[in-house]
Design a protein around this ligand. Structure first.
Ligand SMILES: *[C@@H]1O[C@H](CO)[C@@H](O)[C@H](O)[C@H]1NC(C)=O
Ligand SMILES: *[C@@H]1O[C@H](CO)[C@@H](O)[C@H](O)[C@H]1NC(C)=O
Ligand SMILES: *[C@@H]1O[C@H](CO)[C@@H](O)[C@H](O)[C@H]1NC(C)=O
Ligand SMILES: *[C@@H]1O[C@H](CO)[C@@H](O)[C@H](O)[C@H]1NC(C)=O
Length: 505
């Protein structure tokens, strides 16, 4: 009886909140997803257009990906469900065949009268989106892929020392000398501009995925001047922490296999990057990010700010030498933290520190657009076509003092073994033996690496291969695992319980 009363009050509250936020003037959505993009950059580097969007919009400063790998993260964002619900931790299954016929964000808009467009890398291409970016279920029009994307692995980077064209990591280029005389993100921008310039009678949902700063760090060389080497710095802790369990480490194979990095002969798996190269890579990562920032500035000049919601995010972050790590593939903040920025007509700008997750985007957009009411929270194993693992962030946007209570982010990463090997970065499903589950609250990151059965999708919390606890109050780089320190025992046990309660059985 009492519960019913609470439920009624809750539903009325949601209904009123829905009325208050679904402004009929706002019709369109532009969803920008940047590949492997950490934000903010170090303080000496500026990304003016994205910083402007953050300053003029609702900026969630502590947003975390569900898994620091492209396909699992993108499918999770776009279905609003965790990797465990999609059973996808690698690149090799399509949720509609392997998990359930779950509705995506663009699909829901399409079913509600919107024209939906995909430009560039939105879904991860390949089997994980049925080789079609989930067309036609998600998209009104055939997804667009820039033609020059086919040169992405070509030897087109002129090496500073040898003068030869190589498959380098660090790859500033002259665009007019490139095959196709363009670059994928320039072509995607052009395509998106045409869509935005169209006159239309129906509302639209446009998703645009930029490929950079994903490796190789290939970008127009003029952006090198925007990030002089003297502006970039080494991370505070460029070495592997002594008390890090080996299962937390990965050998960043996609970085070391590039020709320029391979010739440095860095020992496998624990060798670290020479400082000179750490600086060069950081410079090129930020130069590539500056390039994308410029394109976003141009894109935004085509967006009608009075009738369009703009969302900007990334699939996950990227380690730039912190703790000796590079790339994604981990449960550290550097690999999991992403920007999440909403530009919403009529909403007061605000930056919010509360930790949130990428699965929260779907319920938030649904609320903002007012396209469908009362979509339930997913139960533990939920095969219904539409439910949410995340939560609607509109109450946080509207609150005078956004709460931290009941907000935290859950992430995960699989491993084939405790000791790092070649496949530790991206184990295929059948090789996965261990799953690292991680909870991030405002102050702590707590991670348990436990036994995982990849045939039955079951986990055993009693078999652990490593436990980590980082206290962000005095260790923002997560360099000091304090799990075994006695004064942290109580908080570790509290976070362990919270984490287990969130992970489905
Ligand atoms: C999945 O759902 C869509 C509608 O949302 C439907 O058209 C399609 O037939 C379904 N596919 C299967 C295999 O059930
Ligand atoms: C996947 O694509 C194939 C065509 O290549 C199509 O026949 C099939 O229905 C698609 N699967 C789903 C679940 O939509
Ligand atoms: C790496 O190893 C190769 C072959 O052993 C050697 O020729 C080269 O000088 C080494 N490079 C560095 C930077 O040590
Ligand atoms: C922007 O959208 C508003 C509301 O739909 C419309 O009145 C206005 O004409 C649009 N502006 C431009 C430049 O298209």
């Amino acid at each position: 009886m009492r519960r019913d009363l609470y439920l009624t009050i809750y539903l009325i509250y949601n209904y009123i909140a829905g009325l208050a936020t679904a402004n009929p003037e706002i019709k369109n959505v532009v969803f920008i997803i940047i590949d492997d993009f950490r934000f903010p950059p170090e303080t000496s580097v500026s990304l003016p257009n994205i910083e402007k969007m953050a300053a003029n919009g609702i900026y969630f400063k502590n947003t975390f990906a569900q898994q620091a790998l492209c396909a699992p993260s993108r499918n999770s964002i776009l279905t609003g469900r965790r990797p465990d619900a999609l059973r996808l931790y690698d690149f090799y299954s399509y949720w509609r065949s392997s998990a359930g016929n779950f509705t995506t964000i663009p699909q829901l808009y399409k079913d509600n009268g919107y024209e939906t467009y995909s430009v560039g890398k939105v879904f991860h291409p390949g089997i994980s989106s049925n080789y079609t970016d989930d067309f036609p279920l998600s998209w009104t029009y055939l997804p667009y892929h820039p033609p020059t994307e086919k040169y992405k692995e070509d030897a087109v980077c002129k090496d500073e020392t040898s003068g030869k064209y190589q498959r380098n990591l660090v790859c500033p280029v002259r665009v007019k000398d490139q095959p196709g005389r363009s670059l994928p993100d320039l072509q995607s921008l052009e395509y998106a501009r045409n869509i935005l310039s169209k006159r239309r009678s129906k509302p639209f949902f446009l998703a645009i995925g930029f490929h950079k700063p994903h490796v190789p760090l290939k970008y127009p060389r003029k952006y090198l001047r925007r990030v002089p080497l003297k502006k970039v710095h080494l991370p505070k802790y460029p070495q592997m922490p002594a008390n890090m369990p080996p299962v937390a480490w990965h050998p960043w194979t996609d970085v070391r296999r590039r020709t320029d990095i391979r010739s440095l002969n860095i020992s496998f798996p624990y060798g670290t990057m020479p400082p000179k190269w750490t600086l060069k890579i950081r410079q090129s990562y930020y130069a590539a990010a500056t390039y994308i920032d410029d394109l976003i500035g141009i894109l935004m000049s085509y967006v009608n700010k009075t009738d369009t919601i703009v969302v900007l995010t990334s699939d996950h972050g990227w380690s730039l030498g912190e703790n000796g790590l590079w790339a994604k593939y981990s449960n550290f903040d550097a690999a999991l933290k992403v920007p999440l920025i909403f530009n919403i007509p009529g909403k007061v700008p605000k930056s919010i520190e509360t930790p949130v997750e990428l699965v929260d985007i779907f319920p938030t957009l649904v609320q903002l657009s007012g396209i469908k009411a009362n979509i339930p929270k997913c139960r533990r194993i939920d095969e219904s076509v539409l439910c949410f693992d995340g939560q609607n962030l509109v109450p946080l946007m509207d609150a005078k003092f956004p709460s931290y209570l009941n907000y935290f982010a859950i992430s995960q990463y699989p491993r084939p073994s405790v000791y790092p090997k070649k496949t530790s970065d991206k184990p295929r499903l059948k090789k996965i033996k261990i799953m690292g589950y991680s909870i991030r609250t405002k102050r702590y990151r707590y991670t348990e690496w436990i036994s995982f059965n990849s045939t039955l999708f079951t986990r055993n919390w009693n078999i652990t291969y490593g436990i980590e606890l980082y206290d962000h109050m005095n260790d923002p780089e997560e360099h000091n695992n304090v799990y075994s320190i006695s004064k942290y025992k109580a908080i570790a046990s509290f976070l362990s319980k919270k984490l287990r309660a969130q992970v489905s059985v």
